[in-house]
Design a protein around this ligand. Structure first.
Ligand code: AMP
Ligand code: MN
Ligand code: MN
Ligand code: MN
Length: 314
């Protein structure tokens, strides 16, 4: 039996370790028929992933995972079925990446002051052409023997209260949802169990998210336990949001869930893919830029780009 769609993965365009085409090939080999590439704050890997998906005969959902600051904390919002050529989305992501670039240098300066030199250069080199994230710093510190694994680096150096922590100054929730909607996409709250929100704050977040046009929340994901999935299935039902599923795969070295191993959604959930076209039915791809069709990309569900600002409702 084919596994669920995997609607949350990363490539070397952000902090994954597989190039987009290699990620697609591995997903296909693992039996994944519908895969979303959702790199942090960039759509740059989508074109290569789309070509690979067309060759492999699987459906690529073009996506991105947007960094958001909400109530003083960082929240991740996955956009699915994005038109990667949408100018409004492009400008928004560019702004987030500008902060990300400054933050990376600032992390380096702070670790430097803490007596750990030249981590920025190391992280920058590891990231290659991709953007620099905290994961790259974590990998550098593990390689230098300063921690046993990436998780420990986060715990001791990169989270709030630790020497390399830099507070987020990302997009607002309203901005992120505006850009995703402008790009014809569906917005999904990523890994909601990871934010350690009180019940009151969680309800406020989900309510605001829904009122801004958000479509769904990740119920099943690589960092959710079985109990988390049940809890968020109930939240989805109560808030009137659809249920999404994604591994948050970052590469074969990462301890998160492997590709093709997603458990099914709990019963009673309405899957976000319930009214998507059946696999293999995506004859017309969206545009990477006006006039440039990309084979293998599934079509966005709503009007594309600027059209979506004229009355598309999520
Ligand atoms: P950034 O967007 O650069 O702040 O980095 C966020 C990314 O760091 C996440 O997408 C994960 O890949 C990784 N990450 C966050 N927390 C942890 C953790 N505790 N252990 C390992 N990786 C983590
Ligand atoms: Mn990541
Ligand atoms: Mn995330
Ligand atoms: Mn992710």
């Amino acid at each position: 039996m084919p596994s669920s769609p995997d609607l949350h993965t990363h490539s070397t365009a952000s902090d994954g370790t597989l190039a987009p085409a290699d990620l697609v090939a591995r997903a296909c080999a693992a039996g994944v028929e519908t895969l979303a590439l959702t790199d942090h704050d960039t759509v740059v890997g989508l074109a290569a992933a789309a070509v690979a998906a067309a060759e492999a005969g699987i459906t690529l959902v073009p996506g991105a995972e947007l960094s958001v600051t909400w109530g003083g904390r960082t929240i991740h919002v996955v956009g699915l079925h994005l038109n990667p050529g949408c100018a409004e989305l492009g400008l928004g992501l560019e702004r987030i990446r500008a902060f990300r670039a400054w933050r990376a240098e600032e992390i380096g300066r702070r670790l430097d002051r803490h007596g750990i030199p030249e981590t920025y250069a190391g992280a920058r080199a590891l990231a290659g052409d991709g953007l620099v994230g905290r994961t790259h710093f974590a990998r550098v510190l593990v390689r230098r023997g300063l921690a046993q694994n990436e998780r420990d680096v986060f715990k001791h150096f990169l989270v709030q209260g630790k020497p390399g922590h830099v507070p987020g100054d990302w997009a607002t929730l309203e901005e992120a949802l505006g850009w995703i909607r402008a790009a014809g996409g569906q917005a999904v709250i990523a890994h909601p169990a990871r934010y350690s929100l009180t019940r009151t704050k969680l309800r406020r977040l989900l309510g605001e998210f829904r009122d801004l046009g958000g479509a769904g929340i990740e119920v099943v994901c690589g960092s959710h336990s079985k109990d988390d999935a049940l809890v968020f299935a109930r939240h989805a039902r109560e808030t009137g949001l659809l249920a999404s599923a994604g591994s948050d795969y970052h590469g074969p070295e990462s301890p998160w869930l492997d590709l093709g191993r997603l458990p099914p959604l709990p019963t009673g959930c309405v899957p976000i893919w319930a009214d998507w076209p059946p696999v293999g039915m995506s004859a017309t791809g969206p545009m990477t830029a006006p006039g440039t069709p990309v084979p293998g990309l599934s079509p966005p569900l709503l009007a594309q780009g600027d059209q979506a600002t004229h009355g598309a409702v999520l």
